[in-house]
Design a protein around this ligand. Structure first.
Ligand SMILES: Nc1ncnc2c1ncn2[C@@H]1O[C@H](COP(=O)(O)OP(=O)(O)OP(=O)(O)O)[C@@H](O)[C@H]1O
Ligand SMILES: [Mg+2]
Length: 351
C-alpha cells in the first residue's frame, strides 16, 4: 500500500527495501518538539534525513518530530527541500541516510508503517477522463479497504465538491484538484495527512476555505503536516513549525516562541524626535537605532528602556509612545531563510 492522493500520483514507494538506518537523535535546538527515545510514538519522527540529486543536496540531515494531534507547518523558500522531505515521509522516494518512524513504526516495515498515512506532493493528479467520484473509487479499489467506498461521498462533502462529483476531473480548476486530492487522502481514513503547499495557487477565498478544512480535519483528530512558504499563512492554523533552509532545519518550535525570540525591539515617539535621537545615540545598551516616519526604532533590555525614558523626561522631551515591537512573521521568515545564518541561529538560541 502506498500513500498517495490520486491513482497516478508519484513513483512507487520503495522505502521498505532499504537497509535500516541507525536513528540519530540529533538535537536541533531548544524547541525541537521532544527529540529522543521517549517520544517514539510521535506521529512522525524523522532523524538525519538526507537526499541528494547529483551535485545538489536537497535534504541534508533533517530532523522532524510531529506529535500526534499537531497541525505542523513545514516552512521554507523555493528549493529549500520541503517537497523532497515530504516525498521521503510519504514513501515516494528513499532517503539516502537517516531514519523515519511513523507512529513509532520504522518505514522499513512498509505497509505496516504507512497504514493511516495519506497525502500528496505538489499537485495531485487524477485520470482526467474519469469523474471525481470514479477517481476516488479507483483509489479505494487500489487500497483494498472494504470501508473505503463508504467514505467517498463524505469525503467529497467535506471538501465541498459533492455537486461536481460526477464531472470529469480533467475539467477541474486548480483549487478543485487540490480539494479532490484531499478527498482522495480522506478516503484512506488517515490519522496522518501530509500536504505539500495545499494553498499554493488558490485564490484568497480558496485559501481561507483550505485553512478552514485543515482546522476541521484537525478537529476530527487527524495529525497534519503541511508545507508552505508563507509564514503568515501557517500562523493561523499551525501549532508548531519547522523552517528549512538549503536542506537543513534552522528553526523548530511554536510560532509564539519564534515571535517572542524577536522581542526587545521598541518604537519611540516623542515631542522632539531629533533631540531624542541624540540622547539615544549617547546611551550604552541601545542597539539597531533607526529613524522612520513612525518614530525612532531601537533594541534594548527593559532596564535600559526604563532609564532611557527617565533621561528623556529629565531632558524635557515629552514621551508620547514607547511601543514594544516584535519582528513581523515575514521578517522572521526572511531572517531564517536569507542572509546571515548565524544571526538566525542566535534568535533560535534565545527563543
Ligand atoms: N527529482 C529531482 N531531480 C533533481 N533535483 C531535484 C529533484 N527534486 C528536487 N531537486 C532539487 O532539490 C532541491 C530541493 O527541492 P524541493 O522540491 O524539495 O524544494 P521545495 O522546498 O519543495 O521548493 P518549492 O517551494 O519550490 O516547492 C532543489 O534544489 C531541487 O532542484
Ligand atoms: Mg515543493
Amino acid at each position: 500500500m502506498q500513500p498517495r492522493a490520486g491513482p497516478i500520483d508519484g513513483p512507487k514507494a520503495t522505502g521498505h527495501h532499504e537497509p535500516r538506518a541507525t536513528p540519530a537523535h540529533r538535537h536541533v535546538g531548544p524547541h525541537n518538539g521532544g527529540v529522543g527515545p521517549d517520544h517514539a510514538t510521535a506521529a512522525i519522527q524523522a532523524r538525519s534525513l538526507r537526499k541528494t540529486y547529483g551535485r545538489v543536496t536537497a535534504v541534508d540531515g533533517v530532523d522532524l518530530t510531529v506529535q500526534a494531534g499537531d497541525v505542523y507547518g513545514f516552512l521554507g523558500p523555493n528549493g529549500a527541500g520541503k517537497t523532497t522531505t515530504l516525498r521521503m515521509l510519504l514513501g515516494l522516494i528513499k532517503p539516502e541516510a537517516g531514519s523515519i518512524q511513523l507512529f513509532g513504526t520504522p518505514i522499513e516495515r512498509g505497509a505496516a508503517a504507512r497504514a493511516g498515512v495519506a497525502g500528496f506532493v505538489e499537485t495531485p493528479r487524477f485520470y482526467p477522463y474519469l469523474s471525481a467520484r470514479k477517481n476516488l473509487r479507483l483509489c479505494a479499489t487500489y487500497d483494498r479497504d472494504p470501508g473505503a467506498n463508504a467514505r467517498i461521498d463524505p469525503a467529497l462533502e467535506l471538501v465541498d465538491l459533492p455537486g461536481r462529483a460526477d464531472d470529469k476531473a480533467g475539467g477541474f480548476s486548480y483549487g478543485m484538484r487540490q480539494r479532490l486530492g484531499i478527498a482522495a487522502a480522506l478516503v484512506r481514513d488517515p490519522r496522518l495527512l501530509i500536504l505539500d503547499e495545499p494553498t499554493l495557487g488558490l485564490d484568497p477565498a480558496g485559501m481561507r476555505d483550505m485553512r478552514q478544512l485543515v482546522k476541521r480535519l484537525s478537529g476530527e483528530g487527524i495529525t497534519i503536516l503541511l508545507s508552505s512558504h508563507v509564514m503568515g499563512e501557517v500562523e493561523d492554523i499551525c501549532d508548531r513549525v519547522a523552517i528549512i533552509r538549503s536542506g537543513s532545519i534552522v528553526y523548530e518550535g511554536t510560532i509564539a516562541e519564534l515571535k517572542s525570540s524577536s522581542a526587545g525591539g521598541y518604537r519611540l515617539h516623542t515631542g522632539d524626535d531629533a533631540a531624542a535621537l541624540a540622547i539615544l545615540r549617547s546611551r550604552d545598551g541601545v542597539r539597531g537605532l533607526s529613524e522612520t516616519a513612525e518614530g525612532l526604532h531601537f533594541s534594548a533590555e527593559a532596564a535600559v528602556v526604563e532609564q532611557l525614558v527617565a533621561a528623556l523626561v529629565g531632558a524635557g522631551i515629552g514621551v508620547r509612545a514607547v511601543v514594544p515591537q516584535g519582528d513581523s512573521l515575514e521578517a522572521l521568515f526572511f531572517r531564517f531563510t536569507e542572509g546571515d545564518q548565524d544571526a538566525a541561529a542566535t534568535v533560535a538560541d534565545t527563543a
